[in-house]
Design a protein around this ligand. Structure first.
Ligand code: UTP
Length: 474
């Protein structure tokens, strides 16, 4: 058997992966063989030629135009009526238990530099609830509010699966019914040196990393999650990233519009803060919706203005989607999915030919990933709805600065302060810059949305919030 593998590797110029074979214990040999057998070497060889040995040309379609979207506030009577119907339909779909929550949490979270799955990061400003707890409480409240079952699928990766499950076990699933929470792992891809050679992590294992959030579509099928959804009568999947606690998981308007407009894959868009904000851009080419990454959109297009001075390519993606289950079934029907690969140059530690572990100080390898948004052009019908950044998008990528723990916490405080002020009329002390001069936190287990705050305002109406104080409402 090893001879066969060895021959195959030699055929693709990857024989170095067996360099330490004779030194390995039988357990280690088993690990290596299993990893080598998991790879389709013919496919990988093709990818190496296309994406590693040369930098792939990014082809930007010549007819690229900004994608249209439904505005946050309906602009005419027709839209107003549509939105009203959509909210009703969205609430029905949730109440009929046809909506599943789906978190992609397989990433490595390198920028955050946190030792543990990103979902276990303590994010909330007063109680330090983790991202997973925050989502769990939202799901619990939505289930209670709509008397519905909302199963939660969580995609992990080899790197964090066990720790993620452990975090849920030791926190008693944050009060959710264990039967309604399902974890599954995404696929991996080996990191490849710029010379096209697959890197060894140790003498007996490859330098593997998760294959991108696009891997979630196939993982939904391979893991049996789609079958589970079928048993439960799920129709639509509410897709979100693990790093955005503000995500509206069960937004009736978004869910209702998705269904009423017969969309297969829908997306929230937020207006970009400037031409070069690091968000994917919603575009149209040949009638197909697509996202062009910020790094690929030509400057001339990024800076292009409408006659009223607004950016033409204004629609940025916060990676919030409603995806029809039947769409995922169709895309993955043959047991594979054809999404384009994206190349990322990274620092990857490896074991060199002399058996020495190398920690590179600059980028030495390429990781290949697929992205969820590349499924948009494959959908027969798509829909884009404008979202409200302040209420829906607080990504936690870094520790400080832009898109960080700091900015995320501040956004949570700002949003909660706005709701408390608006619905309960409670005075919030403000700084000279107009920011809340106190630390506030609403429990999503009680205050899922504005309706909840309006309905339960008596819980907070008598509250006196002093400058610099820290208040938690549950
Ligand atoms: P990011 O692209 O922000 O990556 O992922 P990351 O791993 O969280 O962070 P960095 O880039 O290493 O600092 C966006 C979302 O997609 C998920 C992440 O867990 C996050 O929710 N993701 C990313 C996956 O589930 N799998 C992947 O292979 C990559």
């Amino acid at each position: 058997m090893i001879n066969e593998i060895s021959e195959k590797l030699a055929g693709f110029g990857q024989e170095h992966l067996l360099k330490f074979w004779e030194e390995l214990s039988s357990k280690e040999q088993g690990i290596l063989v299993s990893q080598l057998n998991d790879i389709d070497w013919k496919d990988l060889d093709k990818l190496i030629k296309e994406y590693i040995l040369k930098k792939p040309d990014i082809k930007i379609p010549s007819d690229l135009s900004p994608a249209p979207f439904y505005p946050l506030i309906p602009k005419n009577k027709e839209h107003q009526e549509l939105y009203e119907q959509a909210v009703i339909r969205g609430k029905e779909l949730i109440a009929e238990s046809k909506i599943a929550a789906f978190t992609v949490a397989g990433g490595q979270g390198t920028r955050l530099g946190f030792n543990g799955p990103k979902g276990t990061y303590p994010i909330t400003p007063v109680k330090g609830k983790t991202l997973f707890q925050y989502f769990a409480e939202k799901i619990a409240r939505a289930s209670e509010k709509y008397s519905a079952s909302i199963p939660w699928y969580i995609m992990t990766s080899d790197m964090n699966h066990a720790d993620t499950e452990k975090a849920f076990e030791s926190n008693k699933y944050f009060g959710l019914d264990k039967k309604n929470v399902m974890f599954f792992k995404q696929g991996t891809m080996p990191a490849i040196g710029r010379d096209g050679k697959v890197l060894l992590d140790t003498k007996y294992s490859l330098a593997l990393s998760p294959n991108g959030h696009g891997g979630s579509l196939l993982a939904l099928r391979k893991s049996g999650a789609l079958d589970d959804m079928n048993k439960r009568g799920i129709e639509h999947i509410s897709y979100f990233q693990v790093d955005n606690p503000l995500v509206p998981i069960t937004d009736p308007l978004f869910i209702g519009l998705h269904e009423l407009m017969k969309s297969e894959m829908s997306a929230i868009m937020i207006p970009k803060t400037g031409p070069f904000e690091k968000l994917g851009n919603f575009c149209i080419s040949e009638g197909k919706t697509m996202i062009i990454e910020y790094s690929d959109l030509p400057n001339a297009l990024a800076e292009k203005k409408n006659s009223d001075g607004t950016l033409a390519f204004i629609a940025g993606s916060p990676a919030i989607h409603i995806i029809s289950k039947t769409f995922v079934e169709r895309l993955t029907a043959n047991g594979f999915i054809s999404l384009p690969w994206h190349r990322a140059d990274k620092k990857v530690a490896y074991t060199n030919d002399s058996g020495v572990r190398v920690e590179p100080d600059k980028e030495n390898a390429v990781k290949l990933e697929t992205f969820i948004f590349d499924a948009l052009p494959l959908a027969n019908n798509t829909l884009i709805l404008e979202g409200d950044r302040c209420k829906q998008f607080a990504p936690t990528k870094n520790k400080t600065g832009i898109d960080s723990v700091e900015s995320c916490r501040q956004m949570l405080i700002d949003r909660d302060a706005e709701w408390i002020e608006k619905y309960a009329g409670v005075h919030i002390p403000k700084s000279l810059q107009g920011k809340p001069d106190c630390i506030l936190e609403l429990s999503p287990a009680v205050y899922l949305d504005e309706e909840d705050v309006a309905m339960r305002k008596t819980n907070m109406i008598l509250q006196k919030i002093t400058r610099g104080s820290s208040e938690y409402f549950e």
